[in-house]
Design a protein around this ligand. Structure first.
Ligand SMILES: NC(=O)c1ccc[n+]([C@@H]2O[C@H](COP(=O)([O-])OP(=O)(O)OC[C@H]3O[C@@H](n4cnc5c(N)ncnc54)[C@H](OP(=O)(O)O)[C@@H]3O)[C@@H](O)[C@H]2O)c1
Length: 272
């Protein structure tokens, strides 16, 4: 991977997270970013990222092109870089929610396309990424995408493209759910009398500890929860209160809303 250049188009939340995560990892591929906003390019350079001066320069240098623009901008981007893609024939990795392989292949006039659904914790090399490639994608291209992402993220493949929308709803959008939960726990702590700074640090540190235990995979989250829920204790009261208010259903509905939006984006935008 050291000899490969990953050209990341779009230096927003996701593009910067990937580029910064890769830049911080010795031995990872060289990440080069481009954004059409002068300010965004300047900020990326100040952050220590390698920034291309023009989109054409980035496309010409890239072995792998990561499309990190909003789903609504992918078709226009394809028109901008069509000539460069035809010349260099890079492997194209789209992280855009909803946009399907058939639309990407049509827009970029290239079959060498893989879809990835990463998330922003890639910035601190704690990402979670789901990958999908059509059956005709070569094994070495699959291996390339995996090797590109592994320094910054855990990686799973799915064989059914529809599952990319479910992955978008669980892990692509997922960090925001946990940020919201930390926000809510901190606010409730303040309501219970804690100083705001202590409440917010306690909520974040507790989430981190719990996530590490769940992520270790030695016990299921349900077992870990039961282990800290003593009969008639404080945690049991809180969990009962969550359950009485439909906690599980609330997640089910939220994830379904995000999944349906991803599918809708694919249908709306892929129609052209
Ligand atoms: N954010 C996440 O947590 C997350 C997670 C998983 C996947 N994704 C996917 O990642 C993609 C990017 O999301 P984001 O949140 O990073 O969006 P974002 O913050 O808006 O970043 C996209 C950047 O690309 C720039 N851009 C647009 N068209 C361009 C072009 N033709 N050439 C160069 N730069 C261009 C945008 O500039 P303007 O603002 O001027 O348009 C913006 O700076 C989306 O497709 C999203 O579905 C995001």
């Amino acid at each position: 991977m050291q000899n490969m250049t990953i050209g990341i188009i779009g230096a927003g939340n996701m593009g910067r997270a990937l580029a910064a995560g890769l830049a911080a990892t010795p031995g990872a591929a060289r990440a080069l970013v481009y954004d059409h906003s002068d300010d965004t390019r300047r900020r990326a350079a100040q952050q220590g990222l390698a920034v291309a001066k023009t989109l054409a320069e980035l496309v010409a240098q890239a072995d792998v092109l990561v499309l990190a623009v909003k789903p609504q901008h992918v078709a226009a981007l394809a028109r901008e870089i069509a000539a460069g893609v035809a010349t260099g024939h890079p492997l194209i990795v789209s992280v855009a929610a909803g946009i399907r392989t058939d639309a990407l292949r049509r827009w970029f006039h290239s079959d060498r396309v893989v879809r990835a659904m990463p998330n922003t914790p890639a910035l601190i090399r704690a990402g979670a990424t789901v990958l999908y490639a059509a059956a005709d994608i070569a094994a070495d291209d699959r291996a390339r995408v995996e090797a590109l992402l592994q320094p910054v993220s855990a990686v799973w493949w799915v064989a059914d493209e529809d599952l990319m929308d479910a992955a978008t709803a669980v892990s692509g959008s997922g960090p925001a759910y946990f940020f919201l939960a930390i926000e809510a726990l901190a606010a409730a702590g303040v309501q219970a009398g804690l100083p705001a700074l202590i409440a917010s640090e306690l909520a974040a540190a507790t989430a981190l500890g719990a996530a590490r235990m769940a992520g270790a995979g030695t016990e299921s989250p349900a077992t870990l929860r039961r282990q800290v829920t003593s009969p008639n204790g404080t945690t049991e009261r809180a969990i009962q209160s969550f359950m009485d208010q439909g906690f599980m259903k609330m997640f089910e509905r939220a994830v379904e809303a995000a999944r349906a939006r991803a599918a809708e984006l694919g249908e709306e935008l892929g129609a052209v």
